[in-house]
Ligand binder design. Sequence first.
Ligand code: PAF
Length: 281
Amino acid sequence: MQTVQDVAALRAVVRGWRSQGYTVGFVPTMGNLHAGHQSLIKLARARTDRVVASIFVNPTQFGPHEDFERYPRTLIQDQAGLAEQGCDLLFAPEVATIYPYGAAQTVSVHVPQITETLEGAHRPGHFDGVATVVCKLFNLLQPDLAVFGQKDCQQLKVIERMVRDLSLPVKILAAPTLRAEDGLALSSRNQYLSKEERELAPLVYVTLQQMRDLVSKGHAWPAVEQAATSKLAKAGFVPDYAVIRRADDLGVPARDQRDGLIGLVAARLGSTRLIDNLIFD
Ligand code: PAF
């Protein structure tokens, strides 16, 4: 697997593939790859002839007091993992390559409405940063297909809306969330957890399952949300939200809606913020 840092080299490789009639799949990441990322590569691999991954810790999607500085950067290890999964090319640009005028002066992509709630409400500007960098990466690569994890469910919806609204010629594929044996959704941020916090962390998924079960037994979702929030708080989490939304657009469901729902949780455990979701099938 080749690694390139600059745009000309990236475009030269992709142009070569295109001239041979190959389709191109893309998996954007911020690195520190785990089995969840590997599964995204595998999905792209199964659907396209050549696969590109990017590793870029994107400054514009982190708030001023978030973990941009301490976000784990593990390029050498990541390169080995990507090559093992059959990734063909890694794009690992510098900040100045992605933001030639500086991150603070970038043209920004704002996806309205869906970005105002949940993660968007708790992390102001986060989705502008995500949409902007993903739009730039799509323009640089022009992939046929790009794969995003269902774990960042709102991110996935934001990207889908951006692609449709800006008529970007790329198909978006959602990949199922990978979990540890105890149910904790895989995330690069899990490594911030202390031993005690790691033992407590699977309660997020347990709570989501209980929310689903209570709704399927006919409990009204506002009461289920309240019970979930206080359960997490009692266990030592600081919940940002534990809510039930419409699965298709993350809007607030009608009081008696039973189908097409999703549970979403974001909660802090010490200095680590965990997010997860579960579609209520
Ligand atoms: O999900 C991520 O890792 C990031 O938000 C993404 C999509 C790579 C954009 O920086």
